[in-house]
Design a protein. Structure first.
Length: 288
């Protein structure tokens, strides 16, 4: 099923993210993670392709496992560090495996990386254009409620986002944010600019204090005072921090839904127990 069909009736959806292993001997562990996450019955599951310049790993194999569990897979595809020929090979592999949904991403810039020649992509919109020539895919894109770290200002960021959407995106998924007011302002700015595709709000449950610095570096998001106090109080107690992080994320989601945001994506970091805990906290809300 295409993600656009899942989103079109505007009913509440909650999706999860899973990342594939870097080594083949770990793939059964990841498949087991997928099976556990599937028990929480997400609307779909996204499978990452690679972060900070890493390779594709075994994204297609994990997407197959998602399908076997009866869940629609969304395969990430990053283009920055791959040649155009490599990217088209991956797209064709997705197509041959029956994968209908691709999240088109430029990808994180590795440290010391120099932008490559004409055999490589420079921007996500170029990747989107290529995907559209390779098959009838449902294509999603990323967006930054707190402005892309490389954008000069909000106006430029929204302008570039509109350019991506106009290339033929079917939906957008936000990077993580911890202050819902930031998202509401972003959603309003998108509407003013005429960005009318569904926007999925990305929520990251912070379950240990050590992951905060990396999360902020990758997404450019800020921590509100309320969340900083939680980290200060519970950061040294792993069990308490995990519980507080899950509760904070659940409360974020409830507030989003109460304010008309029906599509939520949870960056579950391959932790089925976190995904299930959040779904348990939303059990009556999801089926109202």
């Amino acid at each position: 099923m295409k993600i656009s069909d899942i989103l079109k009736n505007n009913k509440i959806t909650v999706s999860f993210e899973v990342f594939p292993p870097k080594a083949w001997d770990k793939i059964e562990n990841t498949r087991a993670v997928v099976r556990e996450m599937a028990k929480a019955k997400p609307s779909f599951m996204s499978v990452t392709y690679g972060a900070a310049g890493t390779g594709s790993g075994f994204a297609a194999e994990i997407a197959d496992e998602v399908s076997k569990c009866g869940i629609t897979p969304l395969s990430h595809l990053t283009c920055l560090t791959s040649t155009k020929n490599k990217v088209t090979d991956v797209i064709d592999t997705f197509k041959s495996r029956g994968i209908e949904n691709i999240l088109a991403l430029r990808g994180d810039i590795p440290e010391g990386f120099v932008f490559p020649d004409a055999q490589h992509y420079h921007y996500a919109y170029e990747l989107i254009n290529t995907i559209k020539t390779r098959g009838d895919f449902c294509i999603g894109g990323a967006c930054y409620p707190e402005v892309h770290p490389e954008s000069a200002c909000l106006v430029d960021d929204i302008e570039h986002l509109k350019q991506k959407v106009d290339c033929g995106l079917d939906f957008l998924t936000t990077q993580m944010f911890f202050d819902n007011e930031v998202f509401y302002r972003f959603r309003e700015n998108c509407a003013i600019k005429g960005i009318n595709v569904p926007i999925i709000a990305g929520i990251m449950p912070i379950t240990n204090a050590s992951s905060i610095v990396r999360s902020i570096k990758l997404s450019g998001c800020r921590l509100p005072k309320k969340f900083k106090k939680i980290v200060d109080r519970f950061g040294d107690n792993p069990g308490a921090m995990k519980q507080a992080g899950i509760i904070y994320a659940t409360e974020q989601i409830i507030d989003l839904m109460a304010n008309g945001q029906n599509h939520i994506h949870i960056y579950t970091m391959n932790k089925p127990e976190v995904a299930q805990s959040i779904m348990n906290g939303l059990s009556e809300i999801l089926y109202e």
